[in-house]
Design a protein around this ligand. Structure first.
Ligand SMILES: Cc1cc2nc3c(=O)[nH]c(=O)nc-3n(C[C@H](O)[C@H](O)[C@H](O)COP(=O)(O)O)c2cc1C
Length: 260
């Protein structure tokens, strides 16, 4: 066998080996996709659902008795932006309806529903169960949120924390001049103890206006609403793009009263 045949054979072997290697070794991108496929399959085997194709929906609660006042305008600015992002919204108006306060009867601990069925509380719980996030808005009344909205929030959070947890939440405060930052903080308090990711914006979610419709003149406030909505849409899409992998939390809840 002469040397030329040996060289040709060696070259043919090297080319074949390289071709084979290229076919067998996926690019980085392909590897990631394959890993993803595997983990998706594993997740399906674990019985976890893939919610990629679910329609996402945000519950908006308007805590103002003025149906189409400034709080409504602020919430609608956020709603339009969410809808631009492909996210549906549902508005619950508190209006001028009377609202019970929590009577600490603990009926809801057995049923996950409020014992009072003649106001909006149980309706709000049902809507929250259908929705993936929540935005509550309130006018400022003496530096505080409207009492009817506070009663509703206290009762729905106490009765049905399981329909709230893991869902992104934002608060919006509207005022003529002052006190809105206290309203904003107060509205966020229940969400902060229900494992709900809080959605922020470029500024606190505050809009200014006194008479109905004046909020439309607050260009910065409205932009703050749009940014908050974009942030919420981004968060929702990240959570629901595949399996959300919610954190595993301790199942036994510790409740202490500083005595025992
Ligand atoms: C009872 C009451 C108390 C109010 N207290 C405040 C206040 O503390 N600070 C403020 O800036 N505006 C106050 N306002 C003005 C409202 O917050 C403001 O008009 C707001 O735009 C109302 O929102 P709405 O149109 O969504 O109802 C008060 C209004 C009412 C009716």
């Amino acid at each position: 066998m002469n040397i030329r045949i040996l060289i040709i054979a060696f070259a043919a072997f090297t080319i074949a080996a390289c071709t084979n290697k290229t076919e067998q070794q996926p690019s980085n991108e392909e590897s990631i996709m394959q890993t993803d496929k595997v983990s998706q399959t594993e997740k399906q085997q674990e019985g976890l659902s893939d919610s990629t194709h679910k329609e996402l929906k945000v519950l908006l609660i308007n805590g103002s008795p003025r149906k189409e006042g400034n709080t409504y305008l602020a919430l609608m600015e956020a709603a339009k932006e969410l809808e631009k992002n492909g996210i549906a919204t549902e508005l619950l108006q508190i209006g001028t309806q009377a609202m019970h306060g929590c009577t600490a009867c603990n009926h809801c601990k057995k049923t996950n529903r409020c014992v009072f069925d003649d106001d909006l509380c149980n309706r709000a719980i049902d809507l929250m169960a259908e929705c993936d996030a929540i935005i509550v808005g309130s006018p400022t009344y003496y530096g505080q949120p409207n009492g009817t909205l506070l009663s509703l929030m206290q009762r729905m959070c106490y009765a049905a924390p399981q329909v709230m947890q893991n869902k992104p939440a934002a608060a919006v405060a509207v005022c003529r001049r002052g006190g809105a930052s206290a309203v904003y903080q107060t509205l966020l308090m229940p969400f902060q103890m229900l494992n709900m990711p809080i959605v922020t914006s470029q500024y606190w979610n505050i809009v200014y206006g006194r008479d109905e419709g004046e909020a439309a003149l607050d260009a910065e406030g409205l932009q703050t609403m749009r940014t908050m909505a974009d942030n919420m849409a981004w968060m929702l899409k990240r959570i629901h793009n595949g399996n959300p992998n919610y954190p595993e939390r301790e199942t036994e809840r510790k409740v202490t009263n500083f005595i025992k």
